[in-house]
Design a protein around this ligand. Sequence first.
Ligand SMILES: Cc1cc2nc3c(=O)[nH]c(=O)nc-3n(C[C@H](O)[C@H](O)[C@H](O)COP(=O)(O)OP(=O)(O)OC[C@H]3O[C@@H](n4cnc5c(N)ncnc54)[C@H](O)[C@@H]3O)c2cc1C
Length: 168
Amino acid sequence: MITERIVIIGANSAGVSAASAARKMDLKAEITLLSEEEYWPYSRCGLPYVLSDEIPRFRELTLFSSSYYRMMKQDLRIDTIAKSIDLKNRNVQLEKREGERESIEYNALILCTCASPFIPWIMGIYERGVFTLRSIGDGRNIPEWIKKALFLQISLTHNTKYHSLKNQ
Ligand SMILES: Cc1cc2nc3c(=O)[nH]c(=O)nc-3n(C[C@H](O)[C@H](O)[C@H](O)COP(=O)(O)OP(=O)(O)OC[C@H]3O[C@@H](n4cnc5c(N)ncnc54)[C@H](O)[C@@H]3O)c2cc1C
């Protein structure tokens, strides 16, 4: 019997779920998960909560520890970008952050790369002090004073809502 080689490009919510589903269906398949990010798969939805101090550290957004991927026999490669796909010969060309290149073959390829949001053109959008929040890297770049302002705003909103409900 041929061993299935499943390659999943993008290792966050969709990629990790696809890898788990693939493992449930095929206990022997070789599963490779590729992520260009330098962090272990994490919940993006939790990013604002770290900034507002409701979750203490970015690392608490991590979906699973390394032992999970070992247990599931999934080869998770972070810091690794899929540069191109050769559909005819069924292989993916990878490049690690340090520049090392490799080509891996697949029988099944799953794309879980999501989409890249665009930044709308607004006057001053590229000025210093304007930030976007999509990744842990973005969150780490947001300075402390903004985090404090966010925390204060969320606390004020929470209190206002609480008091207006109480006084109804
Ligand atoms: C701040 C914030 C708050 C959010 N809050 C909520 C919420 O409250 N509720 C909700 O439902 N949703 C929320 N979302 C949206 C939710 O996080 C996304 O819908 C979800 O992350 C999509 O998961 P995904 O796995 O499809 O894609 P992604 O999480 O985008 O993962 C795709 C991955 O593929 C990688 N990738 C792309 N191209 C390549 C390549 N060539 N090689 C290797 N890797 C590649 C990307 O770097 C990325 O890591 C929020 C998003 C953000 C940014």
